[in-house]
Ligand binder design. Structure first.
Ligand code: HEC
Ligand code: HEC
Length: 209
């Protein structure tokens, strides 16, 4: 009898120990799960801002913008981004070579007859503002780098994308030229969302569009 009672007690405590272990394991698993789902409000803001930046990048990488923000010394033309004909070159001030300035052909408005695009101060973006070949991280970094962006603060950058006539030309490029994937208003709003969150940099090595 004594041996039986002892065995029952042993069995009981073993069962109890296993149940407690099971409950504890489950509890800690639930706790882990909860910890994984939990996100800081700050992280959430960054996620929205980085998503907004992907929209910004979609526009910046569109032909209308990239053709004037090329890597080399030649503007690009058209949706297939061919090198500008007539040996047009960047020149020392991004306005063409002496004798063949951009303004020799490009006026302050599109020329419907000849198809020459135009807007006030038509010239090439300086090399520090070349976006070709940059991933999202590098692109974001270049935009806010005052050594590269023409010494623009966040407010001045936003003003530039909202007001500048060369940016505006992208949405009024003349017949036969495609438009950026967002409206200018949507683009400016996305830019603002990104800047308002402190212009967080997207992860390295990724290109959203
Ligand atoms: C005709 C050429 C031209 C076109 C087209 C053009 N840009 Fe630019 N862009 C420039 C020049 C030149 C500058 C430098 C202006 C300055 O610093 O004041 C510039 C500067 C910028 C800057 C600020 C500098 C920087 O790198 O952050 C932004 C942003 C910008 N452009 C956006 C755009 C967008 C968006 C489009 C298309 C919708 C576009 N640009 C189309 C010539 C162009
Ligand atoms: C000899 C005249 C001439 C000169 C000089 C000239 N262009 Fe052009 N450019 C044209 C013509 C014509 C077109 C239209 C070509 C077409 O659409 O097939 C054009 C188209 C462009 C486009 C294409 C826009 C797009 O998205 O399709 C860009 C960008 C451009 N020029 C930039 C410049 C810049 C910057 C300079 C000065 C460094 C310059 N051009 C000098 C005649 C000229």
């Amino acid at each position: 009898v004594i041996r039986n009672t002892f065995r029952t007690a042993l069995l009981f405590s073993l069962t109890a120990a296993i149940s407690i272990g099971f409950v504890l394991a489950n509890y800690s698993r639930r706790d882990n799960g909860a910890r994984q789902e939990h996100t800081d409000p700050a992280d959430q803001d960054n996620t929205a801002a980085i998503k907004a930046f992907a929209d910004v990048a979609r526009v910046l990488r569109h032909q209308r913008c990239l053709n004037c923000h090329p890597n080399g010394d030649r503007p690009r033309v058209g949706d297939d981004r061919i090198v500008h004909r007539m040996n047009v070159q960047r020149g020392p001030e991004n306005k063409g070579m002496d004798g063949l300035h951009c303004s020799a052909c490009h006026q302050t408005e599109n020329q419907p007859g000849s198809g020459v695009p135009g807007a006030p101060t038509w010239h090439l973006a300086p090399l520090s503002m070349a976006w070709e070949g940059l991933d999202d991280h590098q692109l974001a970094q270049a935009l806010i780098d005052r050594d590269k962006n023409g010494d623009k603060s966040h407010e001045q950058l936003l003003e530039h994308v909202a007001e500048d006539p060369l940016v505006g030309w992208g949405w009024e490029p003349g017949e036969g030229r495609s438009l950026p994937p967002l409206s200018r208003e949507e683009f400016v709003a996305a830019f603002k969302t990104w800047l308002d969150a402190g212009a967080p940099l997207p992860p390295k090595g990724k290109t959203s569009y």
